[in-house]
Design a protein around this ligand. Sequence first.
Ligand code: FES
Ligand SMILES: [Fe+2]
Length: 348
Amino acid sequence: MFLRDLWYFGALSSELKTGKHLHRELLGQPVLFGRDHQGKAFAMLDICPHRAMLLSGGEMQQHGDETHVECPYHGWRFRTDGSCAAIPSLTTDQAEAMDLSKIKTRAFPVHEDQGLIWIFYGEDETAEPCIDPPHLDMPDNAKPRMIVKDVFNCHIDHAVIGLMDPAHIPYIHRQWWYRTKASVKEKEKDFGPIERGFSMLPHVPSSNSFVYKFFGKDRTTEIQFQLPGLRTEYFKADGKHMTIFAAVTPTNENQTSVTIVTFWNHPLMTLVPSFIRRWMGETFLGQDRDAVNAQQVGLAYDPKLMLIHDSDIQAKWYFKLKDAWTKHRQTGATFKNPVKPAKLRWRS
Ligand code: FES
Ligand SMILES: [Fe+2]
C-alpha cells in the first residue's frame, strides 16, 4: 500500500512545543508527535493498547526525568518509547503482580533537523532505520522561512506525479506573473540518478521563471526527487540560495498532505512582502490540489492510464523506484536505482 522502511516528513519543528503533542494520520495510522520536557521530539502510535482511545486526547506529564503521555480514558501512562509506565486502577498488590513492560504502543524512530521532524516508518514495530534521515543541502543555519500546506484528496502516487510532471504547468499554473500559454517553449534537461531518486541536474533556470531573473547573474537550479515523496528545488545565485522543499506524505489511501517549506538567505526574498510570497505559494499549490482533486472524478471509473515520452518519464521513474525499493526490502537484494542518466525533452 505504502512504501516502508523510509523516512517520512511528519511535522515541522515549530509545530511541536515542549511538553506538548499533536495528532496526525500517516500512512493510514494515527500517530502522536510529541516533544518531551527536555525538548526531544518523539512519535508513537496514537492508540492506547488498553481500549484504543487516542492517546493524543490526554495530556503530557512530567514524572521525575520522564515524560509520560496519559490516556484520557483510564489514565494509563506511556513513556516516549511507547512503554507503559502506570495503570492507576491497579491496587498495590495487583501492580506488583503485573509486568507493565509487556504493555506498549508502537514508538517510531524520529529525527529532527533543519526545522523538520522526520519519522521512520519501518516494516514492523521493531524495525530500526536502515538508511540515514534526509538532509537538505544548504547552509547549516538555514531556517524555514515560509511554509505552505495543503491536503490533496488523492493517493500519494497522484500527488507525487502531479507535482513533478512538467506538461501541466502552462495549463494549471497559467497566470500573468508566472506563465502564459504564449510562453510555452521546447525544453531539454539533463537528468541523472541520486540516492533513491533522480535529479534534474544543475542548469541555468528557464528565463520564463520571472521571479528567478532578479536573483543574480550566476544562477543555477537543480530539482531532486527522492522516495517516498520528497522534492527539493535548489536555487543558487551569486553565493546565495533559495531552497524549496516539498514533502508529500500519505495521510491514508485517499488523502495526502503536501507541505512546502522554503528556506533562503537571498536578501531579495525579504524585500517581497510576506503576504505576497504566501499568496503566490498558496496559489501554486492550490492549483495542483484542484487539478488532482478534479482528476479523482475520472479516476473513480478506474480507467487505464498512459505515461508518455518524455514528459511522463519522471512519473515512470517514480514507479520504477517504488518497485525497486519494495523488491529490495522484501528480498534483501541490493537496491539498484533504475534511473539512468538521460536527456529529456518536452514542450511546456
Ligand atoms: S483506553 Fe487508554 S487507559 Fe483505557
Ligand atoms: Fe504544479
